[in-house]
Design a protein around this ligand. Sequence first.
Ligand code: SAM
Length: 230
Amino acid sequence: MSDPQTVLKYTKQFHFFDEENDAASLNIAIPEVLDPSYGMYVWPCAPVLAQYIWYQREYIRGKRVLEIGAGTALPGIVAAKCGADVVLSDSALLPKCLENTKQSCLANGLMDIPVLGITWGDFNPDLLELGPVDIILGSDCFYDTKDFEPILVTISFLIEKNPQAMFWTTYQVRSADRSVEYLLEKWELGCLRINLDTFGANKPCLAGSQLPGNHTIEMLVIERRKSSQE
Ligand SMILES: C[S@@+](CC[C@H](N)C(=O)[O-])C[C@H]1O[C@@H](n2cnc3c(N)ncnc32)[C@H](O)[C@@H]1O
């Protein structure tokens, strides 16, 4: 492991505000580390999901939230600042990334947020012993097709245990032939696409940052598939 003294770090700032209420605003500082691991950087999907949470801040207050593939955890940190009871997670196989997730919490004065090792598709004790969850967050988790099914296996398990739970997720459209539709069907999940215009996220600069830039980003709400009788 690198000597923490020699690791090159820098901090990105995000500022969320409400055009109709000057008193409502939120500043978040996210430390990034120069490292090849994906989880050390804020990805363009993260400010979009964080903005959705900011728009839903009344709803999310007091909710039990788990972020998967959190990396630098901007969405989970915004949720915690908005009053949710948050648990963060990333791959159990990436301890440096989990350490960086903790650093993101500390940089925002959040000392008590649990950071768990939850690897998609893997039923380890951290996943099996997790308490009730209302909302699962995932920003830019659907980037490698080999992970699509393991992610949905984990989501399906959590929704089976928490039938009212929702998975709020943003993904970057990198190729038109990638789709999770058939896997959603297989794992009995339903999906609603949220228009970015409805939460002020359809723009290249968001929360005072140049992320998401010109990337095409989609926001989905995934839930238990309802039967025709419901
Ligand atoms: C593209 S990065 C997105 C990071 C962060 N959510 C964001 O949007 O800024 C993908 C994240 O998924 C995590 N990840 C990769 N494979 C994983 C796995 N098998 N199980 C859990 N997390 C994984 C990575 O460590 C990384 O944090």
